[in-house]
Ligand binder design. Structure first.
Ligand code: UDP
Length: 313
């Protein structure tokens, strides 16, 4: 297949490039590099089936030749980034999704939308199942991401229903692994950076809020299966092992031998109190897919990657 990945120089996008090239496909990565980085794809330079296009996908996308799939992964994805780039976040979820869908339609290509657990907002149903409609504050600081992704899902379903486009929607839950931007402000990079520098970990609020962390290779396996599946409606992909942020901080300090403990900082506005994917649907429609990498193993690989990039290894 010849596949376009928007956001291809990002954390998840670049891992997808690697996987799809390894599967024998031809991959075009497109990115405007506001939160992506060419370091993530530098090892692919010169690969005969890989190319990179520097472009903001909120503008018209012109691409020569046939295309079999469009994977729309371009977007800022960290709460700190939505605060820095609120308009770009809204634009890439809305206008960027429209452009990517238009390209898929013109090429008669299959379309995969990277959606998010944020469509559930601060969820009142736990764990989150795909038919829960969510509890989102449209005008809060996270609304720029949540509402853009909700719009993106609506737009994708409209192209499926009105234009008969083959579309897939994944709702990605918290994912971590090598290549996460060190200063992206999310909990995994923050805690690992702090631990590697012998600093106390900054737990926001009392740390009783929960998350469930999925290692990137498990996510990518699910994404590839979804792309090739026949499931037209959204599918959650994530790891259902839920823990409090306090427990997560303790795990990072234990793993890195950091003696500096934790400190508490204010909880961000609209921070979801609990999050865990119900992955029954994914198991059913993705040929028995389920996450395989335990947290300790995934964190060890992530810490090793951060140490190397920080020049500490
Ligand atoms: N968090 C924290 N300390 C940090 C960064 C984040 O306690 O230095 C918390 C944050 O308040 C949230 C959870 O960790 O409850 C996950 O935050 P993240 O920014 O990774 O993404 P989210 O899951 O909220 O989209």
């Amino acid at each position: 297949m010849r596949i376009l990945i928007t956001g291809g120089a990002g954390f998840i996008g670049s891992h997808l490039c690697d996987r799809l090239l390894a599967d024998g496909h031809t991959v075009i990565a497109m990115d405007n590099l506001i939160t992506g980085n060419t370091d993530n794809i530098a090892h692919l330079a010169g690969h005969p089936r890989f190319s990179f296009i520097l472009q903001d996908v909120t503008n018209y996308i012109y691409l020569e030749g046939a295309l079999d799939a469009v994977l729309h992964f371009a977007s800022p994805a960290s709460p700190v980034d939505y605060l820095s780039y609120p308009i770009q976040t809204l634009k890439v979820g809305a206008l960027g999704t429209h452009k990517a869908l238009g390209l898929a339609k013109a090429k008669n290509a299959r379309f995969l939308l990277a959606s998010t657990s944020e469509v559930y907002g601060d969820p009142l149903v736990h764990p989150q199942v795909e038919d829960y409609w969510g509890n989102v504050n449209p005008i809060g600081p996270r609304g720029v991401y949540d509402e853009a992704k909700r719009f993106a899902e609506a737009m994708t379903m409209a192209y499926q229903r009105y234009h008969s486009l083959e579309t897939r929607i994944v709702r990605i839950f918290n994912t971590y692994g090598p290549r996460m931007r060190i200063n992206d402000g999310r909990v995994v990079p923050n805690f690992i950076f702090q631990a590697l520098h012998g600093q106390p970990l900054t737990v926001y609020g009392d740390g009783g809020q929960t998350r469930s962390f999925c290692y990137v290779s498990d996510l990518v396996e699910g994404l590839v299966r979804l792309l090739h599946s026949e499931e037209p409606e959204p599918v959650n992909i994530g790891n259902p092992t839920e823990m409090t942020i306090l427990q997560f901080a303790e795990a990072i300090n234990r793993l890195t031998g950091n003696q500096a403990g934790i400190i508490h900082e204010p909880l961000p506005v609209d921070d979801p109190k609990q999050r865990r994917p119900d992955i029954s649907k994914a198991r059913r429609v993705l040929a028995g897919w389920s996450p395989a990498v335990p947290l300790e193993q995934g964190l060890a690989a992530t810490v090793a990657d951060f140490s190397k990039r920080l020049g500490l290894a």
